[in-house]
Design a protein around this ligand. Structure first.
Ligand code: CP3
Length: 355
């Protein structure tokens, strides 16, 4: 259990934070809400401060990271900040040659193919990301009683970028490596688990009070393959966070993971993120244990009328009330074209409650 409560020791106001209460399956004062990709291109104030600065450079500037992370907290009054960074930042920090192309995503100069390629992915040492600790420290000082969610990419999703060389629809090369050379696959995922765990532990040690592990693309796998080839490495990442601070709740999220939800919970999560395809009451039944859920408004409803949007928010709250804890979110990230006023309306509707 969360006996140590070292999170509350960081700032006494965190003891009552609705996000942490819901994650711990205790009754929050109101349903907490935040949005994946709440910082970013949907916000004019983001575009203004990012102008002329490459994405991966912006992630390594503590004052800029602090400003961008705080922007959606100020504008929306969400119940958590999510650290502004990217899942590939720790890969770049260990020396992998990669870039984030606008409108595309991460692109890897030399995709991962053979055992020798492991040498190009050294282990992460905290000294390689001192700026990340600096950014988190600046942020938690500003945020006070609002939790900061640290995050990392899960080994499978990181591997998918390294093996495919960039974004891919069906992850054929990734799955081919997994099926043809399970030993190399395991070595790659072990290495990525070390990197992912190191990235999270630096954020937690510097003051993040919850973490989210993004396994965005793992829904490409059938359950049996997930259990055999992926779950152990994700479990190692979540366990590494627990070993550092058991009072920090762990959120585990992926897209199209309807069949994987229980296995993602068993990997060591307190909260399982659910995309918009599975209603939260159904997800809760599938999970069948003491898990909080996070989600899962379809991001496309942000483009609907206020009437439709409000109704969908209330339906999501109703379905979420069947879970031992509910953190309201979208089923995936905020689309860049979304209207910030619609997101503000969602926050206000969630805080007003179901009735
Ligand atoms: O607000 C937040 O959510 C925090 C910041 C954050 C970013 N990336 C910033 C970002 C987080 C949590 C991520 C995680 C991330 N990055 C994931 C997992 C979440 C998910 O969406 O499933 C993945 C798969 C990536 C890889 C990645 N990086 C993609 C697919 C893209 C989008 C490419 C594009 O331009 O459409 C990026 C770039 C990226 N990461 C941007 C932001 C704000 C856009 C870059 C820009 O503003 O120029």
């Amino acid at each position: 259990e969360f006996a140590a409560l070292s999170v509350a020791a960081r700032d006494p106001r965190l003891a009552d934070a609705p996000l942490l209460a819901a994650a711990r399956r205790r009754s929050p004062a109101h349903t907490p809400v935040w949005f994946m990709r709440q910082a970013g291109r949907s916000l004019p104030e983001y575009k203004k401060v990012r102008a002329g600065i490459a994405m991966l450079d912006s992630c390594r500037r503590p004052e800029l990271v602090t400003e961008i992370t705080l922007q959606p907290v100020r504008r929306y009054g969400v119940d958590a900040a999510i650290f502004f960074s990217d899942i590939v930042v720790p890969l770049k920090a260990v020396g992998v040659d990669l870039d984030i192309r606008p409108g595309v995503g991460p692109v890897i100069a030399e995709p991962f193919r053979t055992h020798a390629d492991l040498d190009r992915i050294p282990e992460l040492e905290p000294g390689m990301i001192e700026d990340i600790a600096t950014s988190v420290g600046l942020l938690t000082a500003e945020l006070g009683g609002t939790p900061l969610i640290g995050f990392a990419g899960a080994p499978f999703t990181l591997a998918s970028y390294l093996v495919e060389g960039g974004p891919s629809r069906d992850l054929t090369k990734t799955k081919a490596l997994m099926y043809t050379d399970p030993q190399l696959w395991r070595a790659l995922l072990d290495r990525l688990a070390q990197i992912s765990a190191g990235f999270l532990r630096v954020q937690v040690a510097a003051g993040a009070s919850a973490v989210q592990l993004f396994d965005s693309w793992v829904g490409a796998l059938p359950l049996a393959d997930y259990r055999t080839h992926v779950q152990p490495s994700s479990a190692a990442v979540l366990q590494a966070v627990r070993d550092l601070d058991p009072s920090v709740p762990r959120i585990h999220f992926g897209v199209q993971t309807g069949e994987l939800l229980p296995a993602m919970g068993e990997a060591g999560a307190d909260v399982v993120g659910v995309d918009f395809r599975v209603p939260l009451d159904v997800a809760t039944e599938r999970l069948g244990g003491d898990y909080a859920v996070q989600g899962n408004l379809d991001p496309a409803t942000l483009f609907a009328s206020r009437e439709v949007l409000g109704e969908r928010v209330r339906q999501t709250l109703e379905a979420g009330s069947k879970a031992p804890g509910h953190i309201f979110n979208l089923g995936h990230g905020v689309p860049p074209e979304a209207d910030p006023d619609q997101l503000k309306f969602v926050v206000d509707t969630v805080h007003a409650g179901k009735s």
